[in-house]
Each structure stands twice: as C-alpha cells, then as structure tokens.
Ligand binder design. Structure first.
Ligand code: NDP
Length: 313
C-alpha cells in the first residue's frame, strides 16, 4: 500500500458528513474539514468542528462565496468528499457543488472527487416524479460538470439511510417504530436496501485509494439488508414479541395524499413512492461500469437491520 490520500470533507458538520470525518480519521487519512466562514453563531457546528480538531482533523477556513478560498482548500489534499445538504425536509444545496467543481478544476491536483449523492443513483431516475426529481436532476447536473471538467470521481449510491427508514419501519414522517399498528405501502413486498450511516461512511472512505472504484458508481448493497417493508415489520414483531395490526395504503391513495402536502414533504414522499411502490433501489442488476461495496470489501462487518432495530426495543 502506498501513502494514504489526504482528504478534504466539505459539509463535515452534516448528518452524513460528521460520519465521513470520523471514518476518514479512523482509516488513518490526513483529514481536512472545511470550516465555512458563514458559520455565524451556530454553536453546535463550532463545537463539532473543534471536536474534529481534537481528534486530529485540520480545519480549513473557506466559503462557497469565495472561489479562491475553495481553490486553496482543495490544493491541500488529494481527495475531496462533499456531503452538502440534499434533503428538502432539512436543507437542499446540491447545486452549490458546481462552485466546488470549478475550484477542483482550477486547482488541478485532485485525484478523486466524491460528490454529495449517498442515496438513489440519479442516473436511473430520469422518470422520477415532481417535485422530488429535483434532487436527482441537480445531482446529474453536478455529475455532468465533474465529467466535463475531467475530474476523477466515484459516485456513492448508498440507498436508504437506516436512521430515516428502518427506525420508523419505512413510514413517512416517522423515525420510531410503532408498537400497535403499521400502514404498509401496497402489499409491502417491494424490496429496498437499507444501510447504517457509519457503514456508509466506512465504505465510502474505503473507495478513495482503490483503483477499482475510479470513475465508477459504487453501490452499497448489504445482502442481509435488501428487504421489503413487510420483512422489516416482521423483524420488529419478532423483537417485541407482538404482531402489529397491518393496513395497506394503495398507490392511488398514497399519490392522493402527496398532493395536499407542503413542498418539502411532497419531495420526500415522491422518493418514498419510487422506493416502496416501484422498488427502484433493488429492481436492477449492477452493470459492468459499477462496483458493489460488500463484494469489494467483504471484511467490513456491516450492521444488519435486525441488530439496528434492537436499539429501539
Ligand atoms: P445535512 O442537511 O446534514 O447538511 C450537510 C451540510 O451541508 C451542512 O452541515 C453544511 O455544511 C452544508 N450546507 C447546508 N447549507 C449550506 C449552505 N447554504 N451553504 C454551504 N453549505 C451548506 O445533509 P445530509 O447529510 O442530510 O445530506 C447529505 C447527502 O445525503 C445529500 O446528497 C442527500 O441527498 C443525501 N441523503 C440521503 C439520504 C438517504 O436515505 N440515502 C437521506 C438524506 C440525505 P458545513 O456547515 O459543514 O459547511
């Protein structure tokens, strides 16, 4: 093994970003975290950044409004991982990455860029429903900018974050599992894929010095976590020793509910529609132009849905 790449994490204070910082440090990479000048009086973020520093990360001050500062930050490293926000219920800044792409292009030294994706493969979502398709369309715009600039990349398709999906047994707007009743999407039998967030970070960091993942999409598909909503409910029922009362929401009923929601909820719900009625995460084979995490790194002991759910009992 040669020297480990130096890594800059942009969006390091975010939900997935903070796990990427931890994984990068844990894997022995010299780790830089962009400390945005516009952080203001967000005390949680400031303290998180200081805790990264205590753990060995280097904080690099910069701003998306200051191109030079981004170029200077990028010049210090070999690899850039961006984890900028991209969920409407929190914040959605995917297109800001175009500024980062410009900086990486100008700096000219970056051996790998991992843009903020970490979910559904946007290249498979040209048919997606409005308004959620905005996320996929914008991620594709970022991909185009990366490829037009000739920047080496890896695209991480991490499927469903466990915290968002497993905890609430896939119910929209619920992060905790019910103990009495559950509404299934249709018959509840469409398969999706669930990945614990620290595992996503671990697999992501494993790719950066691996030539097999260069200029490829990297799917994270832990075999034990390719499950339907019904199967997740059954795992939960076994853990609590009780059957839940099950009702079913038809596709038409679900689409009817979406119409009356606020924009951010509509965006999230259309994603749920594609996952749980259409089965868009698991209904295809990975092509030759892609790699799969558990196949490349069988030594990683990923968290299985059953073990993940135990914390809620
Ligand atoms: P967060 O909402 O946690 O935000 C991440 C970071 O974005 C922030 O910490 C901040 O970085 C940066 N950011 C936010 N607003 C601005 C702004 N105006 N200017 C500059 N930076 C800003 O992001 P998530 O972790 O939820 O999302 C990261 C990725 O994960 C996205 O691509 C998203 O689509 C995907 N995702 C996937 C899910 C799944 O189930 N697969 C679920 C949710 C998201 P800082 O302050 O550190 O600079």
């Amino acid at each position: 093994m040669g020297l480990k790449s130096k890594v800059l994490i942009v969006g390091g204070t975010g939900y997935i970003g903070k796990r990427l910082v931890k994984a990068s440090l844990g894997h022995g990479h010299e780790t830089y975290v962009l400390q945005r000048r516009d952080i203001g009086v967000d005390i949680e973020k400031v303290q998180m950044l200081l805790s990264f520093k205590k753990q060995g990360a280097r904080l690099v001050i910069g701003s998306f409004d200051d191109h030079r500062s981004l170029v200077e930050a990028v010049k210090q490293v070999d690899v850039v991982i961006c984890a900028i926000s991209g969920a409407h219920i929190r914040s959605h800044q995917i297109l800001l990455q175009l500024k980062l792409v410009d900086a990486i292009k100008e700096a000219g030294n970056v051996k790998r860029f991992i843009p903020s994706e970490f979910g559904t493969d946007p290249s498979r979502m040209a048919h997606a429903m409005e308004p959620g398709r905005e996320t996929f369309d914008q991620k594709m715009m970022v991909r185009k900018a990366i490829e037009d600039a000739g920047i080496p990349f890896t695209y991480i398709s991490a499927n469903c974050y466990a915290g968002y999906f497993v905890g609430g047994l896939c119910q929209f707007g619920h992060l905790l599992p019910p103990t009495d009743s559950i509404v299934l999407f249709g018959d509840g039998n469409q398969k999706s894929i669930f990945v614990e967030e620290d595992d996503i970070a671990t697999y992501t960091v494993r790719t950066i010095d691996d030539p097999r993942t260069l200029n490829k999409t990297f799917y994270i598909r832990p075999p034990a976590n390719i499950l339907s909503q019904r199967e997740i409910v059954e795992i939960w029922e076994k853990l609590i020793g009780k059957q839940l009362l099950k009702t079913s929401l038809s596709e038409q009923e679900f689409l009817g509910i979406i119409k009356d929601k606020e924009y951010a909820d509509q965006a999230g719900m259309t994603h749920f529609y594609h996952f749980f009625y259409e089965g868009c995460l698991a209904n295809f084979e990975i092509g030759d132009d892609a790699e799969e995490a558990c196949t490349l790194y069988p030594d990683v002991e990923y968290i299985k849905v059953e073990d993940y759910l135990k914390q809620y009992v």
